[in-house]
Design a protein around this ligand. Structure first.
Ligand SMILES: [Zn+2]
Length: 179
């Protein structure tokens, strides 16, 4: 909810166009607004912007296929100790991070600390630090060296796919709301 409002505000689109306010953005409404886009974009929009739990599993499945296809197409050099399971974990981490972005732990995403001004850890952005190689190594079950030398770049690649989704969704909503 907050995200769709923030997105729409950022895009200077009036909220009335998508149902009139908080609580009224349903998965059906999101799906209807995004009709014509690829399945994964519609599912992503439903999960992210209307909290649609039912769409999570089909979305995760489609995105895993996309990640595996990218790995094959780009010839990812997976080490002997890694496997399809590592790629699967990466796909899930990226989806999770995109749907529920972590927030700065110090200010809890607010960007400010109790009237003390901008948070010094995130410089007032509220964003968390990048997925460090230690954390990524533990969630992917790979060595820290591999996480830093290989998987961090793949994670950035995955996250950029979702950034593209959000841009496409925003563009589509803007267009729908104008008509
Ligand atoms: Zn902070």
């Amino acid at each position: 909810m907050n995200e769709i409002m923030a997105m729409l505000t950022a895009q200077s689109v009036k909220m009335e166009g998508v149902g009139g306010g908080r609580g009224s953005v349903t998965p059906q409404l999101v799906a209807a607004s995004l009709r014509g886009l690829d399945d994964e974009l519609v599912l992503y929009g439903c999960v992210k912007f209307s909290g649609d739990d039912i769409s999570i599993a089909p979305l995760a499945k489609l995105m895993l296929t996309n990640t595996l296809n990218a790995a094959l197409r780009e010839g990812w050099r997976i080490s002997k100790r890694e496997s399809v399971d590592t790629v699967k974990r990466l796909s899930i981490v990226a989806l999770n991070e995109s749907v529920c972005p972590r927030r700065c732990l110090r200010c809890r995403g607010a960007g400010t600390l109790n009237n003390k001004g901008a948070c010094d850890r995130c410089n007032g952005t509220g964003n968390p630090q990048d997925y460090g190689q230690k954390l990524l190594a533990s969630v992917l079950n790979v060595s820290e060296g591999r996480a830093g030398a290989f998987w961090q770049e793949k994670l950035r690649r995955e996250l950029s796919v979702y950034q593209g989704f959000e841009q496409d969704i925003a563009d589509k909503l803007k267009k729908e709301l104008k008509d």
